[in-house]
Write a protein that binds this ligand. Structure first.
Ligand SMILES: *Cc1c(COP(=O)(O)O)cnc(C)c1O
Length: 377
Protein backbone atom coordinates (compact mmCIF):
# COMPACT_ATOMS: atom_id res chain seq x y z
CA UNK A 1 0.00 0.00 0.00
CA UNK A 2 1.20 3.50 -0.72
CA UNK A 3 2.10 5.07 2.63
CA UNK A 4 1.49 8.76 3.24
CA UNK A 5 5.19 9.40 2.60
CA UNK A 6 5.00 7.64 -0.77
CA UNK A 7 1.83 9.52 -1.71
CA UNK A 8 3.44 12.84 -0.75
CA UNK A 9 6.61 12.01 -2.67
CA UNK A 10 4.63 11.25 -5.83
CA UNK A 11 2.52 14.39 -5.45
CA UNK A 12 5.45 16.76 -4.96
CA UNK A 13 8.22 15.19 -7.07
CA UNK A 14 6.01 13.91 -9.92
CA UNK A 15 8.72 11.58 -11.29
CA UNK A 16 8.37 10.83 -15.00
CA UNK A 17 8.41 7.23 -16.27
CA UNK A 18 7.85 4.04 -14.35
CA UNK A 19 9.59 3.94 -10.97
CA UNK A 20 9.63 2.23 -7.60
CA UNK A 21 9.21 4.35 -4.47
CA UNK A 22 10.20 2.53 -1.30
CA UNK A 23 9.47 3.74 2.23
CA UNK A 24 12.26 2.85 4.68
CA UNK A 25 9.92 3.28 7.66
CA UNK A 26 8.07 0.17 6.49
CA UNK A 27 11.32 -1.82 6.26
CA UNK A 28 12.12 -0.74 9.81
CA UNK A 29 8.69 -1.93 11.01
CA UNK A 30 9.13 -5.25 9.21
CA UNK A 31 12.56 -5.81 10.76
CA UNK A 32 11.15 -5.15 14.23
CA UNK A 33 8.22 -7.50 13.58
CA UNK A 34 10.62 -10.33 12.65
CA UNK A 35 12.73 -9.62 15.73
CA UNK A 36 9.65 -9.78 17.91
CA UNK A 37 8.15 -12.86 16.22
CA UNK A 38 11.34 -14.93 16.45
CA UNK A 39 13.43 -13.34 19.21
CA UNK A 40 15.91 -16.22 19.39
CA UNK A 41 16.69 -16.30 15.65
CA UNK A 42 19.36 -14.20 13.96
CA UNK A 43 18.02 -12.33 10.95
CA UNK A 44 20.00 -12.57 7.69
CA UNK A 45 18.33 -10.26 5.17
CA UNK A 46 18.34 -11.89 1.70
CA UNK A 47 20.11 -9.11 -0.19
CA UNK A 48 18.84 -10.21 -3.59
CA UNK A 49 15.28 -9.11 -2.73
CA UNK A 50 16.34 -5.47 -2.93
CA UNK A 51 19.98 -4.44 -2.56
CA UNK A 52 19.41 -0.64 -2.50
CA UNK A 53 22.24 0.85 -0.38
CA UNK A 54 19.76 2.79 1.78
CA UNK A 55 17.98 -0.46 2.73
CA UNK A 56 21.25 -2.24 3.50
CA UNK A 57 22.49 0.70 5.60
CA UNK A 58 19.24 0.85 7.59
CA UNK A 59 19.23 -2.89 8.25
CA UNK A 60 22.91 -2.91 9.10
CA UNK A 61 22.36 -0.13 11.63
CA UNK A 62 19.52 -2.12 13.19
CA UNK A 63 21.81 -5.11 13.68
CA UNK A 64 20.73 -7.28 10.78
CA UNK A 65 22.97 -9.90 9.23
CA UNK A 66 23.04 -10.50 5.48
CA UNK A 67 22.53 -13.53 3.23
CA UNK A 68 24.54 -12.94 0.05
CA UNK A 69 24.69 -14.93 -3.17
CA UNK A 70 27.77 -13.40 -4.83
CA UNK A 71 30.97 -11.52 -4.02
CA UNK A 72 29.34 -8.36 -5.27
CA UNK A 73 26.45 -8.74 -2.79
CA UNK A 74 28.98 -9.39 -0.03
CA UNK A 75 30.73 -6.13 -0.92
CA UNK A 76 27.42 -4.27 -0.92
CA UNK A 77 26.65 -5.55 2.58
CA UNK A 78 30.12 -4.58 3.77
CA UNK A 79 29.84 -1.12 2.22
CA UNK A 80 26.61 -0.72 4.20
CA UNK A 81 28.54 -1.34 7.42
CA UNK A 82 28.21 -5.08 8.01
CA UNK A 83 31.30 -6.89 9.20
CA UNK A 84 32.26 -10.26 7.74
CA UNK A 85 30.95 -12.17 10.77
CA UNK A 86 27.45 -10.85 9.92
CA UNK A 87 27.46 -12.17 6.36
CA UNK A 88 26.82 -15.63 4.90
CA UNK A 89 27.60 -16.81 1.39
CA UNK A 90 24.27 -18.59 1.00
CA UNK A 91 24.38 -19.65 -2.62
CA UNK A 92 25.01 -23.38 -3.11
CA UNK A 93 26.46 -22.71 -6.58
CA UNK A 94 29.72 -20.77 -6.34
CA UNK A 95 32.91 -20.50 -8.36
CA UNK A 96 35.90 -21.62 -6.36
CA UNK A 97 37.65 -18.28 -6.94
CA UNK A 98 34.60 -16.45 -5.57
CA UNK A 99 34.73 -18.60 -2.45
CA UNK A 100 38.42 -17.62 -2.16
CA UNK A 101 37.54 -13.91 -2.57
CA UNK A 102 34.87 -14.21 0.12
CA UNK A 103 37.31 -16.02 2.39
CA UNK A 104 39.83 -13.18 1.85
CA UNK A 105 37.11 -10.72 2.84
CA UNK A 106 36.71 -12.66 6.09
CA UNK A 107 33.50 -14.56 5.31
CA UNK A 108 33.38 -17.80 7.29
CA UNK A 109 29.90 -19.22 6.66
CA UNK A 110 29.02 -21.01 3.42
CA UNK A 111 26.07 -22.97 2.00
CA UNK A 112 26.59 -26.29 0.23
CA UNK A 113 24.33 -29.00 -1.13
CA UNK A 114 26.78 -31.42 -2.75
CA UNK A 115 30.10 -33.14 -2.12
CA UNK A 116 31.57 -31.30 -5.13
CA UNK A 117 30.79 -27.92 -3.58
CA UNK A 118 32.21 -29.06 -0.22
CA UNK A 119 35.52 -29.79 -1.98
CA UNK A 120 35.62 -26.26 -3.39
CA UNK A 121 34.95 -24.71 0.03
CA UNK A 122 37.52 -26.96 1.71
CA UNK A 123 40.18 -25.84 -0.79
CA UNK A 124 39.29 -22.13 -0.99
CA UNK A 125 38.11 -21.43 2.57
CA UNK A 126 39.80 -24.02 4.79
CA UNK A 127 38.19 -24.51 8.19
CA UNK A 128 35.07 -22.49 7.33
CA UNK A 129 31.62 -23.24 8.71
CA UNK A 130 29.29 -24.91 6.23
CA UNK A 131 25.62 -25.70 6.33
CA UNK A 132 23.94 -28.13 3.95
CA UNK A 133 20.71 -27.22 2.25
CA UNK A 134 18.00 -29.86 2.09
CA UNK A 135 15.29 -30.01 -0.54
CA UNK A 136 11.76 -29.00 0.33
CA UNK A 137 8.62 -29.70 -1.66
CA UNK A 138 7.73 -26.00 -2.02
CA UNK A 139 4.06 -26.92 -1.42
CA UNK A 140 1.99 -23.89 -0.45
CA UNK A 141 4.42 -21.37 -1.95
CA UNK A 142 3.46 -19.05 -4.78
CA UNK A 143 7.07 -18.83 -5.99
CA UNK A 144 8.56 -22.26 -5.13
CA UNK A 145 12.35 -22.61 -5.03
CA UNK A 146 12.39 -26.39 -4.84
CA UNK A 147 14.44 -28.74 -7.04
CA UNK A 148 17.22 -26.37 -8.04
CA UNK A 149 18.68 -26.06 -4.53
CA UNK A 150 19.26 -28.60 -1.84
CA UNK A 151 19.68 -32.35 -1.68
CA UNK A 152 17.65 -35.08 0.01
CA UNK A 153 18.21 -35.31 3.79
CA UNK A 154 20.07 -38.62 3.48
CA UNK A 155 22.57 -37.02 1.11
CA UNK A 156 22.89 -34.00 3.40
CA UNK A 157 24.18 -36.36 6.07
CA UNK A 158 26.90 -37.62 3.70
CA UNK A 159 27.75 -34.09 2.55
CA UNK A 160 28.24 -32.90 6.13
CA UNK A 161 30.27 -35.95 7.13
CA UNK A 162 32.47 -35.30 4.11
CA UNK A 163 32.83 -31.61 5.09
CA UNK A 164 33.93 -32.71 8.55
CA UNK A 165 36.46 -35.13 7.05
CA UNK A 166 37.89 -32.34 4.88
CA UNK A 167 38.49 -30.16 7.93
CA UNK A 168 35.47 -27.90 7.58
CA UNK A 169 33.18 -27.08 10.48
CA UNK A 170 29.94 -29.02 9.77
CA UNK A 171 27.75 -26.34 11.27
CA UNK A 172 24.16 -27.05 10.34
CA UNK A 173 21.29 -27.54 7.95
CA UNK A 174 19.35 -25.05 5.87
CA UNK A 175 16.15 -25.09 3.85
CA UNK A 176 13.86 -22.68 2.08
CA UNK A 177 10.17 -23.55 2.15
CA UNK A 178 9.49 -21.59 -1.06
CA UNK A 179 8.91 -17.89 -1.49
CA UNK A 180 5.55 -16.31 -0.64
CA UNK A 181 4.78 -19.29 1.58
CA UNK A 182 1.37 -18.96 3.17
CA UNK A 183 1.14 -22.45 4.65
CA UNK A 184 2.37 -22.17 8.23
CA UNK A 185 2.99 -25.92 8.45
CA UNK A 186 5.66 -25.83 5.71
CA UNK A 187 8.34 -25.12 8.34
CA UNK A 188 7.15 -28.09 10.40
CA UNK A 189 7.83 -30.53 7.54
CA UNK A 190 11.24 -29.01 6.80
CA UNK A 191 12.23 -28.94 10.48
CA UNK A 192 11.37 -32.64 10.76
CA UNK A 193 13.90 -33.32 7.97
CA UNK A 194 16.46 -31.02 9.58
CA UNK A 195 16.13 -32.89 12.85
CA UNK A 196 16.67 -36.24 11.12
CA UNK A 197 19.96 -34.90 9.72
CA UNK A 198 20.98 -33.68 13.20
CA UNK A 199 20.19 -37.08 14.71
CA UNK A 200 22.06 -39.10 12.06
CA UNK A 201 25.18 -36.97 12.43
CA UNK A 202 25.06 -37.10 16.23
CA UNK A 203 25.26 -40.89 15.96
CA UNK A 204 28.52 -40.38 14.08
CA UNK A 205 29.85 -38.00 16.71
CA UNK A 206 29.26 -34.82 14.69
CA UNK A 207 27.17 -32.32 16.58
CA UNK A 208 25.47 -29.74 14.38
CA UNK A 209 24.64 -26.39 15.96
CA UNK A 210 22.50 -24.41 13.59
CA UNK A 211 19.33 -24.54 11.51
CA UNK A 212 18.93 -21.93 8.81
CA UNK A 213 15.16 -21.70 8.26
CA UNK A 214 15.46 -19.56 5.12
CA UNK A 215 12.93 -17.07 3.79
CA UNK A 216 9.43 -17.58 2.48
CA UNK A 217 7.68 -15.03 4.70
CA UNK A 218 4.99 -13.48 2.52
CA UNK A 219 3.93 -10.00 1.50
CA UNK A 220 0.28 -9.13 1.19
CA UNK A 221 -0.74 -8.97 -2.47
CA UNK A 222 -4.43 -9.47 -3.24
CA UNK A 223 -5.13 -11.79 -0.33
CA UNK A 224 -4.47 -11.37 3.37
CA UNK A 225 -1.51 -13.29 4.71
CA UNK A 226 -0.78 -14.33 8.30
CA UNK A 227 1.18 -11.85 10.44
CA UNK A 228 4.85 -12.35 11.35
CA UNK A 229 3.67 -13.28 14.86
CA UNK A 230 1.71 -16.26 13.50
CA UNK A 231 4.78 -17.47 11.59
CA UNK A 232 6.87 -17.05 14.72
CA UNK A 233 4.48 -19.16 16.78
CA UNK A 234 4.21 -21.90 14.15
CA UNK A 235 7.98 -22.07 13.70
CA UNK A 236 8.74 -22.04 17.40
CA UNK A 237 6.14 -24.79 17.95
CA UNK A 238 7.75 -26.90 15.21
CA UNK A 239 11.23 -26.38 16.70
CA UNK A 240 9.95 -27.56 20.10
CA UNK A 241 8.17 -30.52 18.57
CA UNK A 242 11.20 -31.81 16.68
CA UNK A 243 14.13 -30.69 18.83
CA UNK A 244 12.51 -30.84 22.27
CA UNK A 245 14.51 -28.83 24.78
CA UNK A 246 17.67 -29.01 22.65
CA UNK A 247 16.68 -26.27 20.22
CA UNK A 248 19.72 -25.31 18.11
CA UNK A 249 20.80 -21.83 17.04
CA UNK A 250 18.47 -20.62 14.32
CA UNK A 251 18.68 -18.18 11.44
CA UNK A 252 15.94 -16.74 9.24
CA UNK A 253 16.57 -15.12 5.85
CA UNK A 254 13.59 -12.93 4.98
CA UNK A 255 13.72 -11.16 1.63
CA UNK A 256 10.21 -10.55 0.32
CA UNK A 257 8.77 -10.26 3.82
CA UNK A 258 11.30 -7.56 4.72
CA UNK A 259 10.83 -5.20 1.76
CA UNK A 260 7.90 -6.32 -0.43
CA UNK A 261 5.21 -4.17 1.15
CA UNK A 262 7.56 -1.17 1.51
CA UNK A 263 7.50 -0.36 -2.21
CA UNK A 264 4.99 0.86 -4.78
CA UNK A 265 5.61 1.16 -8.52
CA UNK A 266 4.10 4.12 -10.31
CA UNK A 267 3.32 3.30 -13.94
CA UNK A 268 1.24 4.74 -16.76
CA UNK A 269 -1.32 3.40 -19.22
CA UNK A 270 0.17 3.65 -22.75
CA UNK A 271 -2.67 2.08 -24.72
CA UNK A 272 -6.13 0.58 -24.21
CA UNK A 273 -7.35 -1.34 -27.28
CA UNK A 274 -9.12 -4.43 -28.63
CA UNK A 275 -8.09 -7.06 -31.14
CA UNK A 276 -11.41 -7.00 -33.05
CA UNK A 277 -14.52 -4.83 -33.04
CA UNK A 278 -16.59 -7.63 -31.55
CA UNK A 279 -13.93 -8.58 -29.02
CA UNK A 280 -15.08 -8.03 -25.49
CA UNK A 281 -11.71 -8.22 -23.76
CA UNK A 282 -9.71 -5.01 -23.68
CA UNK A 283 -5.93 -5.02 -23.71
CA UNK A 284 -4.31 -2.56 -21.33
CA UNK A 285 -0.65 -1.81 -22.03
CA UNK A 286 1.45 -0.23 -19.30
CA UNK A 287 4.88 1.43 -19.54
CA UNK A 288 6.25 -1.41 -17.36
CA UNK A 289 6.16 -5.16 -17.95
CA UNK A 290 8.10 -8.36 -17.47
CA UNK A 291 11.34 -6.78 -18.71
CA UNK A 292 10.92 -3.57 -16.71
CA UNK A 293 10.96 -5.29 -13.32
CA UNK A 294 7.75 -7.33 -13.11
CA UNK A 295 9.46 -10.66 -13.86
CA UNK A 296 7.58 -12.38 -11.05
CA UNK A 297 4.42 -12.23 -13.16
CA UNK A 298 6.03 -15.14 -15.04
CA UNK A 299 3.36 -17.88 -15.31
CA UNK A 300 1.13 -15.28 -13.59
CA UNK A 301 2.65 -16.47 -10.31
CA UNK A 302 2.60 -13.21 -8.40
CA UNK A 303 -0.54 -11.13 -8.81
CA UNK A 304 0.08 -7.56 -7.71
CA UNK A 305 -2.66 -5.24 -6.44
CA UNK A 306 -3.15 -2.44 -8.97
CA UNK A 307 -4.69 0.83 -7.83
CA UNK A 308 -6.04 3.58 -10.09
CA UNK A 309 -7.81 6.88 -9.51
CA UNK A 310 -10.93 5.36 -11.14
CA UNK A 311 -11.38 2.39 -8.83
CA UNK A 312 -14.86 3.60 -7.86
CA UNK A 313 -16.03 2.92 -11.43
CA UNK A 314 -17.31 -0.39 -12.78
CA UNK A 315 -14.56 -2.92 -13.55
CA UNK A 316 -14.09 -5.46 -16.29
CA UNK A 317 -11.39 -8.15 -16.73
CA UNK A 318 -8.58 -6.98 -19.06
CA UNK A 319 -5.45 -8.51 -20.48
CA UNK A 320 -2.57 -6.57 -18.94
CA UNK A 321 0.67 -6.25 -20.89
CA UNK A 322 3.99 -4.41 -20.91
CA UNK A 323 5.37 -2.01 -23.51
CA UNK A 324 8.13 -4.07 -25.16
CA UNK A 325 8.15 -5.82 -28.55
CA UNK A 326 8.28 -9.32 -27.08
CA UNK A 327 5.04 -11.26 -27.03
CA UNK A 328 6.11 -12.85 -23.74
CA UNK A 329 5.70 -9.40 -22.21
CA UNK A 330 2.13 -10.07 -21.06
CA UNK A 331 1.48 -9.85 -17.32
CA UNK A 332 -1.99 -11.33 -16.88
CA UNK A 333 -3.96 -13.09 -19.61
CA UNK A 334 -4.86 -16.62 -18.44
CA UNK A 335 -6.52 -14.90 -15.50
CA UNK A 336 -7.47 -11.45 -16.87
CA UNK A 337 -7.19 -8.56 -14.42
CA UNK A 338 -10.28 -6.53 -13.44
CA UNK A 339 -9.68 -2.84 -14.21
CA UNK A 340 -12.08 0.14 -14.41
CA UNK A 341 -13.83 0.38 -17.79
CA UNK A 342 -13.12 4.11 -17.70
CA UNK A 343 -9.36 3.54 -17.50
CA UNK A 344 -7.74 5.42 -20.34
CA UNK A 345 -4.46 6.31 -22.07
CA UNK A 346 -2.23 8.47 -19.86
CA UNK A 347 -3.78 7.34 -16.56
CA UNK A 348 -1.40 6.65 -13.72
CA UNK A 349 -1.57 3.28 -11.95
CA UNK A 350 0.07 2.19 -8.72
CA UNK A 351 1.36 -1.38 -8.49
CA UNK A 352 1.56 -2.29 -4.82
CA UNK A 353 3.76 -4.74 -2.93
CA UNK A 354 6.63 -4.24 -5.36
CA UNK A 355 9.50 -3.52 -2.96
CA UNK A 356 11.04 -6.99 -3.49
CA UNK A 357 12.27 -8.67 -6.65
CA UNK A 358 11.61 -5.81 -9.08
CA UNK A 359 14.49 -3.34 -9.52
CA UNK A 360 17.16 -6.02 -9.99
CA UNK A 361 14.98 -8.01 -12.38
CA UNK A 362 14.64 -5.07 -14.79
CA UNK A 363 16.54 -5.48 -18.07
CA UNK A 364 19.34 -3.06 -18.90
CA UNK A 365 17.82 -1.59 -22.04
CA UNK A 366 15.51 -4.01 -23.85
CA UNK A 367 13.91 -1.97 -26.66
CA UNK A 368 15.78 1.04 -25.27
CA UNK A 369 13.69 1.17 -22.09
CA UNK A 370 15.87 2.16 -19.16
CA UNK A 371 16.03 -0.07 -16.05
CA UNK A 372 13.44 0.55 -13.35
CA UNK A 373 14.35 3.67 -11.42
CA UNK A 374 14.01 3.54 -7.66
CA UNK A 375 13.60 6.20 -5.00
CA UNK A 376 14.23 5.08 -1.44
CA UNK A 377 12.68 7.57 0.96
C1 LIG B 1 15.90 -15.84 -2.06
C2 LIG B 1 16.37 -16.44 -0.81
C3 LIG B 1 15.85 -16.03 0.41
C4 LIG B 1 14.72 -15.02 0.51
O1 LIG B 1 13.51 -15.62 0.24
P1 LIG B 1 12.12 -14.85 0.46
O2 LIG B 1 11.10 -15.83 0.08
O3 LIG B 1 12.16 -13.64 -0.41
O4 LIG B 1 12.04 -14.47 1.89
C5 LIG B 1 16.37 -16.58 1.55
N1 LIG B 1 17.36 -17.50 1.51
C6 LIG B 1 17.89 -17.92 0.35
C7 LIG B 1 18.99 -18.91 0.37
C8 LIG B 1 17.41 -17.42 -0.85
O5 LIG B 1 17.94 -17.85 -2.00
Amino acid sequence: MATQRITDFLATRRPDGPCLILDLDVVEENYRAFEKALPDSRIFYAVKANPAPEILRLLSSMGSNFDCASVSEIEMAMNAGATADRISFGNTIKKERDIARAHDLGIGLFAVDSAEEVEKVARAAPGAKVFCRVLTDGEGAEWPLSRKFGCVPQMAVDVLVYAHQLGLDAHGVSFHVGSQQTDLSAWDRALADAHRVFASLAKQGIHLKMVNMGGGFPTRYLRDVPEAQAYGQAIFGALRKHFGNRIPETIIEPGRGMVGNAGVIKAEVVLVSKKADNDNVRWVYLDIGKFGGLAETMDEAIRYPIVTARDGDEKEPCVLAGPTCDSADVLYEKAPYPLPITLTIGDEVLIEGTGAYTTTYASVAFNGFEPLRSYVI
